[in-house]
Design a protein around this ligand. Structure first.
Ligand code: CS2
Ligand code: MN
Length: 362
């Protein structure tokens, strides 16, 4: 397993130098966030980003994410040109040896919450989702209506919302399949493994279809194009908001098609209601010992990152992306992994992950 950390680029309040000082962090997860969906990611920009990361003594391990244009998700006539642009971006990252691409296929919005600063009893603040609060939001008013979503700039939000509300889930599946049938062979040839991120949260929001939500959906996804390059980002926080998602069993079913792991914990407080809690299992609904054991069982040797953390110790930063709580999460995950490694050693099952790790550090 390769421990990594997300960095939002030179404007990130968390400098690479601080990420570098978190013991065990080897890789950085980054993207060209200033480019709107549909643009080709030119090599020189990727090279510049990689140089900043390498100058800090780290590796550019994962692109998260190249955004998928809504016209592709809607199946509009412009999709073929936009898919070709996406393919060129994938070729460019492959040429630079960046082997994992995390992306999502959520209509319009990325992750959605109803609060970015819910105060917990220990005085920290966190992200939370309350369906009753969401039902009172008019999404056509955009970020002004709800600060707690990750919404790239959209020219015509009301028009997009209307278009997606007419699209049923099967049509969204068809459009995802069309996209993957073109991009996956390009990714395979470029040495890039695509890793779709589950919908966050994994259910329809604002009446929009969402399809990457649970075990059957992820098994359908990997079957759309039967290639190792068509894989999954296993996000425990997204999938863990649904008690019907058995995460360790899902890890074992997806096995080698898991190319990237997002590890965060959530406390489920009701039907489609949760808040994000400290990483250790005892604080929330995710059983990390069993999830990481399952990842070990399937020989997971890819990048893992602590996903959203709380804001603690008075830190001010990007919601979910402060330094301190994600660093605490990274240390917890490495400790847990070390214990599981010892279990494997005791039983003589030396996972390839261990060997790869050691080789990488030599
Ligand atoms: C991330 C997502 O912050 C997060 O929740 O997991 O924003 C993720 O980057 C995208 O959905 C993947 O494209
Ligand atoms: Mn995630």
């Amino acid at each position: 397993m390769l421990m990594t950390f997300r960095w939002y680029g030179p404007d990130d309040p968390v400098p690479l130098a601080h990420i570098r000082q978190i013991p065990g962090i080897q890789g950085v997860v980054a993207a060209l966030y200033h480019l709107p969906a549909g643009k080709v990611w030119a090599k020189p920009e990727l090279v510049r980003l990689g140089e900043l990361i390498e100058a800090a003594g780290l590796r550019f391990s994962v692109v998260e994410s190249i955004p998928v244009h809504d016209d592709i998700k809607l199946g509009r006539p412009t999709r073929d040109r936009l898919i070709e642009n996406y393919c060129q971006s994938v070729r460019n990252m492959g040429d630079l040896g960046i082997g994992i691409l995390c992306y999502n296929f959520m209509p319009v919005f990325d992750w959605t919450r109803t609060s970015i600063d819910l105060r917990l009893e220990d005085g920290s603040t966190t992200l939370a989702y309350d369906p009753d609060e969401l039902s009172r939001v008019d999404p056509s008013r955009g970020p002004a209506a709800l600060p707690a979503w990750s919404l790239p700039a959209k020219e015509d939000l009301p028009g997009l919302l209307a278009a997606f509300r007419q699209l049923d889930e099967e049509r969204l599946w068809e459009n995802l399949s069309y996209f993957l049938e073109v991009v996956v062979p390009v990714a395979e040839a470029a040495g890039v493994r695509m890793a779709i991120h589950p919908d966050d949260p994994p259910w329809s929001v604002f009446g929009l279809p969402r399809i990457i939500t649970d075990a059957p959906a992820l098994e359908r996804l990997v079957g759309l194009v039967d290639s190792p390059a068509n894989g999954v980002t296993f996000c425990t926080g997204s999938l863990g908001t649904r008690p019907d998602n058995d995460l360790p069993a899902l890890v074992r079913r997806l096995g080698p098609r898991i190319h990237f792991a997002h590890c965060r914990n959530v406390q489920v407080t009701g039907e489609k209601r949760f808040f994000e809690c400290p990483h250790p299992s005892r604080w929330g609904s995710v059983d990390f010992l069993e999830v990481l054991r399952a990842l070990r069982d399937v020989g997971f040797a890819g990048p893992m990152r602590p996903d959203h953390g709380r804001m603690i110790w008075g830190e001010v930063g990007q919601p979910g992306y402060g330094l301190y709580d994600r660093a605490l999460g990274a240390m917890y995950l490495q400790g847990l992994w070390e214990g599981i490694d010892a279990e494997f050693d005791a039983t003589g099952i030396k996972s390839p992950a261990n060997v790869a790790d050691a080789a990488a550090l030599a």
